[in-house]
Design a protein around this ligand. Structure first.
Ligand code: PEP
Length: 259
């Protein structure tokens, strides 16, 4: 019997946004999120230059904010990088680590992702650790092997206490930004596998939030979020439209009520 866990919906803006547009979007999301019950938490991960704006518009409300990556280093000669502690100084709560775009375009290894998760935790941020397989890997039956290894790399580096403070996002690479979401059953199967893997590290680790990401939209969110091991979503494209993002948050409420 699956435990009742709070839902979490986090937007990943990627490299989108401009000050004027962000203001409209953040104000609408903040306003709309006021109507959500406490057991549905909402966050937005913005490009780093917009952290002060997110902080000034969201502080005191019920939407948390965060970043899409952090450096594996704490400080030093690492041109262009942003330390987790710097994000924390602007009130960030979340740091996405190991997004497939960073694994692919910046060749981030499992070891690097694990160190980034550690840096985020040290700074008091919640790392959202992304795992996911490519289409080739799925079609050759390697989904569990790939996502299991990606998760293990992080769990191996963290203590049990720290492992219980992470969020994991299953994001099949073939579903990100393609409009082609995993079916609710495909997603649930992988989430159940990840949940079992987390359980090997301890009871508290078993119940960390497990988000699904990959073309979540208002039309498919409730079915996905109703699955027993899906605790919410990491939302890319749809998080840039206030109505869509809030509709996805409402789907989390409906999925919780239906359980
Ligand atoms: C993402 O980039 O994390 C993501 C899930 O994107 P999209 O929702 O656009 O597929």
């Amino acid at each position: 019997m699956a435990k009742q866990r709070a839902k979490l919906v986090v937007g990943n803006w990627k490299m989108h946004g401009r000050l004027a547009d962000n203001r409209v979007l953040l104000q609408a999301v903040s306003h709309g999120a006021n109507d959500l019950p406490d057991d549905v938490r909402v966050g937005v991960c913005v490009p780093c230059p917009y952290l002060p704006q997110a902080q000034s518009l969201l502080e005191g409300g019920c939407v948390a904010w965060g970043v899409q990556d952090v450096s594996a280093h704490t400080q030093g000669a690492y041109t262009g990088e942003v330390a987790a502690e710097m994000a924390a100084e602007f009130g960030a709560s979340f740091a996405i680590v190991g997004h497939s775009e960073r694994r692919a375009y910046h060749r981030e290894s499992g070891e690097t992702v694990a160190v980034k998760a550690q840096r985020a935790l040290e700074a008091g941020l919640t790392p959202i650790v992304c795992v996911g397989e490519t289409l080739d890997e799925r079609e050759s039956g390697k989904t569990e092997q790939i996502v299991g290894a990606q998760l293990d790399a992080v769990l191996a580096k963290l203590s049990v206490e720290d492992s219980a403070r992470i969020v994991v996002a299953y994001e099949p690479v073939w579903a990100i930004g393609t409009g082609k979401s995993a079916t609710a059953q495909q997603a649930q199967d992988v989430h159940a596998f990840l949940r079992a893997r987390l359980a090997t590290k301890g009871d508290d680790v078993e119940s960390v939030p497990l988000l699904y990401g990959g073309s979540v939209k208002p039309e498919n969110a409730e079915e996905l979020f109703s699955q027993p091991d899906i605790d919410g979503g990491l939302i890319g494209g749809a998080s840039l439209k206030d109505k869509d993002f809030l509709a996805i948050c409402s789907a989390a409420v409906a999925a919780t009520a239906a359980r």
